[in-house]
Design a protein. Structure first.
Lengths: 330, 330
C-alpha cells in the first residue's frame, strides 16, 4: 500500500500529534480525540461542535478557528467518534451560552452525538443539533432524511460560525442552520477509489474508463455508473440534477463549492468551475461566493463534487464575515 | 485517461477562464496567458512576477494577491511560457519602481524570461531576477546552479511579497531574495507518477511497492529508488539530507513546508510533520512558521516534499506579514 503512514493503529494518533504541533497557534488537544480552538470555550459565544470519521482532511479538524468551529470529535478512518468523545467535545465548547452540534447525516455520528447530547442535557447544558443531508444522490427529494451529508457541511459551519462570532443566540443559529441545510444541495462524481489503510483495498471497484455519479465520500454506491465523459458534459449533468432538486431558480444568489475528493488536480476543478459559471449565468443565478479546492476529501479518491446553497441576505452577510480556521481562511 | 478535461488543446485556456471567473475579486486576465492582481501595477511598490509551466496548482497563479505576486506568465503543462508572455507579465507589473522576477531554475523559464528581461531593460525598465534552486536531489551542493527549483519558491514569494508591500526597494529585495534562496533546501519523494494529459502516459514508471527519492515535480529522475518504507523512516531520511546540505544547525529558526505533490492525503502529511517536528526538536532547531498542505503539486502525483528555510530576523518579520493570495492566506 502506497501511503506515508507507520502502523495503521497509530495513524490517527500520529496525525493529531502532527496537526496540533503544526497549528499550535490555533488549536490544542483537550482530550485524546478532542481537538479544540486554543482557549475554548469562549465567553458570550455559543459553542460550535462538529465531529465524524477521519480521512476527509482538511475536514473536520481543519475548520477549527475564529468564525468557524470551536471543537471537533475525531473518529477513526470513516468511523464515527465514540459517545464519550462526542460528550467531551460538546462539553469543551460550552461557556454557558449553549452549543450547536453540526454533523453529517450518518447513523454512527447521529447515535453517538445523540447519546452525548442526552447526557449533557441531563446535566443542564443547552444543546441543539443541525444535521446536514445535502447529497442529492443518496435518496429522493421526498426522502431527504435519508440523504448523506457531504461538502455542504462547510457552508453550515461558515454561516453559523459567523453568527456565533457576532453574538447570535443558540435558537437563532439552530433556525438559520436548518435553513442553510435545506437550501444546500451537492452532487459528486468519482472515477478512482481511495485505498482503505486498514486493508489496502480500494473503497469501491470501478473500470479503467468508468466513473460513478453520486458516490458517497466513504465509497457508498452512487446512482449511475457511466463512461468517462468530457468535463463540460459531466458538469452539466451534475448541475442539472442539483438545480432541479431544490429547485434553484432565476434571480437566486448562491454560494458554490467545487470540491476535489483527493487526487483530482485543482486545474481540472477550475475547468469544471468554468462550466458551472456558464450554466449559472444561463439560468440567471448569480454566484455570491465561490470556493474551488479541496475542502472535504476521501483521502486519495479521484473525483469532485459541486455544492450550491441558495442564500438569503442574512446568509450572504454571514458568508462574508472573515474566517481564520486552520485550513479555511479569508 | 481519467481526467476532467475537454480537449487537451483547450485545457489551459479553460482552466484560466474558470480561475478568473472564480476569483474575480483578486485577479484579472491581462493578456491571453498573463494573469494579474486586479489593478496591477501598483504605485510606489516594486512589481513581483513569476511564471512557468502549468500543472502545479495552486502554483503559480494561486499566489497572486496582496503580499505576494502581482503577475504570472502562464505556460502549458510543464512547459515554460513563451518570451512574449514573460514580456507582457513583467511589463504589467511595473509601475516605475522596477520589477523582481522570481522563477524556478529551469532552462526554458530562464531563456524566455531572460529574453523578455533583456528587451524590457532596453526599453528602460529596471528589473532583477531571483532564480530558485532549492532541490537538493538535483545536483551536489558544490554545483547548486544546476539544482531545480521546487516548493522553495513559495518562501521566496512570501518574503519578497511582504517586503514589496512594506515599501522595500528593488535592490533590497534582490539581495534578500537571493539570500532566501540560498537558505532554502527541499527534498521530495514520490511513489506514483502524474498522468500527462497530452499522452495519457505516466510521467515516470515505478513499481507497485517502490518510491523514488528526489523526483522532480515534472517527473525528472531522483537520486535513489527504494521500497516503500514507514512514514517516520522516509521522513528521517529526507530530513537528514536536507539538514546537512546547508547545513542547518542548533539554534536556527526555520520555516517548514510539508507539501503534498497531488494525491497524497493531508492526513499523511501531518504524520510526516509529526516526525519533522520531532527531528527539529532533537537538533535544537525551532520552527517559526509551518505550512502543511498542497502548495506546489504535479497534478495527481503521489508523494510529498519537505522545505526548510533558515530565517534571519528580517525574513521572520516578512514571513509574519499577512497575505491574501488566492490560494495562500493568513
Amino acid at each position: 500500500m502506497k501511503k506515508f503512514i507507520n502502523q495503521y493503529d497509530d495513524m490517527i494518533e500520529e496525525m493529531l500529534e502532527g496537526y496540533v504541533a503544526a497549528n499550535a497557534d490555533l488549536v490544542e488537544r483537550r482530550h485524546e480525540r478532542v481537538i479544540t480552538r486554543v482557549g475554548a470555550p469562549f465567553q458570550k459565544k455559543v459553542g460550535l461542535v462538529t465531529g465524524g470519521g477521519s480521512g476527509h482532511k482538511p475536514a473536520l479538524i481543519g475548520y477549527l478557528g475564529e468564525g468557524m468551529m470551536d471543537t471537533v470529535a475525531v473518529g477513526n478512518i470513516f468511523a464515527a467518534p465514540g459517545a464519550q468523545i462526542c460528550y467531551d467535545a460538546i462539553k469543551a465548547a460550552d461557556s454557558g451560552e449553549g452549543v450547536l452540534v453540526c454533523i453529517g447525516n450518518y447513523s454512527g455520528d447521529l447515535m453517538n452525538f445523540g447519546a452525548a447530547v442526552d447526557m449533557l442535557k441531563d446535566e443542564g447544558h443547552k444543546i441543539e443539533t443541525v444535521v446536514v443531508n445535502d447529497d442529492v444522490a443518496s435518496a429522493p427529494v421526498d426522502n431527504m432524511d435519508n440523504r448523506r451529508g457531504v461538502a455542504g457541511e462547510i457552508i453550515l459551519w461558515k454561516v453559523v460560525g459567523a453568527m456565533a462570532k457576532q453574538g447570535a443566540t443558540l435558537d437563532e443559529m439552530k433556525r438559520v442552520g436548518d435553513q442553510v441545510v435545506f437550501n444546500t444541495r451537492s452532487l459528486g462524481v468519482a472515477h478512482t477509489p481511495c485505498i482503505m489503510p486498514s486493508s489496502g483495498k480500494p473503497s469501491f471497484e470501478i473500470g479503467p474508463d468508468e466513473m460513478e455519479i453520486g458516490v458517497g465520500h466513504h465509497g457508498e454506491p452512487g446512482i449511475e455508473r457511466v463512461k468517462m465523459m468530457p468535463a463540460d458534459e459531466i458538469t452539466s449533468l451534475l448541475m442539472e440534477k442539483i438545480l432541479v432538486d431544490l429547485p434553484f431558480k432565476s434571480g437566486d444568489e448562491v454560494s458554490v463549492i467545487v470540491n476535489g475528493l483527493g487526487s483530482t488536480a485543482l486545474l481540472e476543478m477550475y475547468i469544471v468551475y468554468r462550466k458551472v459559471a456558464e450554466i449559472l449565468k444561463e439560468k440567471g443565478i448569480s454566484a455570491h461566493k465561490i470556493w474551488v479546492g479541496e475542502y472535504f476529501t476521501s483521502m486519495e479518491m479521484g473525483g469532485f463534487s459541486i455544492t450550491l446553497t441558495q442564500l438569503d441576505d442574512g446568509m450572504k452577510k454571514a458568508i462574508d464575515v472573515p474566517v481564520n480556521a486552520v485550513h479555511f481562511k479569508g
